[in-house]
Design a protein around this ligand. Structure first.
Ligand code: SAM
Length: 276
């Protein structure tokens, strides 16, 4: 295995959080999780995820609309929250792949706990060379993983294993905002070197057009980041709601919109001839 992939595997094996007595791991932000892991220096950045509501609602709405009776892949599954959530809905079957064996073990434990083991199938593997057959998946979900990969190899592989009428939904942090990016550079222990150098820019997302005919991009979270320090106080929810409205305006302005923290993009109509 390449050196960078060994580093990814070892880093993620180290940071996976186990939060309850049955060994179930969760990594989506909640007040309870934040207080559980507050002394773990590898998770100090989790607080920022408290303001993800808008992008999360968008993704959850996509899952509701597009995964019924479908074969789904949780690509770089992490602890498996999204795949297990989809399997708990109306999907036919959910597969998951991750290079970290600790993650895959956590996925299986979570699936068992939520009663969806029979509908899920996880494997340890490399997302750039998954071993799945061509045209296998109706939907592929990816959250925060493309910047851990060689993005051309990942897009090529996604286009190969996606069915011709399938869709990939990606949720990625962006590298354009200098303040946010400076924070990443100042906290190198929270991520691998490869990761920080490959956080996506507009041009990286647009590379997907070499492998998919359609790329639909939505940008989220700018002024809402100001509410992070208030997340455990009574003003958080009203403040977040107000700033979400402001973001809707700000993120329409061409010179500002790529300053957003996150992008959700949907890839469809794969170019099969360039993916083999
Ligand atoms: C930031 S985490 C995101 C995990 C998950 N998608 C989530 O929503 O929490 C990135 C994941 O990518 C996985 N990863 C990194 N490189 C990989 C590779 N080459 N193949 C498969 N998984 C990889 C890591 O082990 C980690 O679980």
């Amino acid at each position: 295995m390449e050196e960078r992939k060994i580093k990814e595997r070892d880093f993620h094996n180290k940071i996976r959080v186990v939060t309850d007595d049955s060994g179930v791991a969760e990594t989506r932000w909640s007040e309870e999780l934040e207080s559980t892991i507050k002394n773990n220096p590898l998770w100090v950045n989790m607080k920022y995820y408290s303001i993800e509501r808008e992008s999360r609602d968008f993704v959850l709405d996509f899952f509701r609309k597009h995964t019924k009776d479908k074969v789904v892949l949780d690509y770089c599954a992490g602890n498996g929250e999204d795949g297990v959530l989809i399997a708990s809905g109306y999907a036919l079957k959910v597969y998951g792949i991750d290079i970290s064996d600790v993650s895959i073990s956590n996925c299986r434990i979570l699936a068992e706990k939520k009663g969806v083991s029979a509908k899920t199938e996880y494997k340890v593997g490399d997302a750039e060379n998954t071993g799945y057959d061509n045209d296998t998946f109706d939907v592929i979900t990816e959250y925060g993983a493309l910047h851990h990969l060689d993005q051309d190899s990942a897009f090529r592989e996604l286009a190969r294993i996606l069915k011709k009428d399938g869709k990939v939904i990606c949720n990625e942090a962006l590298a354009h905002n200098l303040l946010i990016h400076a924070y990443r550079k100042l906290t190198p222990h929270l991520r691998t070197e490869w990761e920080v150098e490959h956080i996506m820019k507009k041009k990286d997302i647009l590379k997907a057009l070499n492998y998919f005919n359609d790329v639909e991009i939505h940008l989220f979270h700018l002024s809402t980041l100001l509410s992070v320090p208030f997340r455990n106080t009574f003003i958080f929810r009203p403040m977040l709601s107000m700033l979400e409205k402001l973001d809707k305006l700000l993120l329409k302005i061409p010179v500002l919109k790529w300053q957003a923290w996150q992008a959700v993009f949907i890839l469809s109509n794969p170019k099969k001839e360039t993916s083999v």
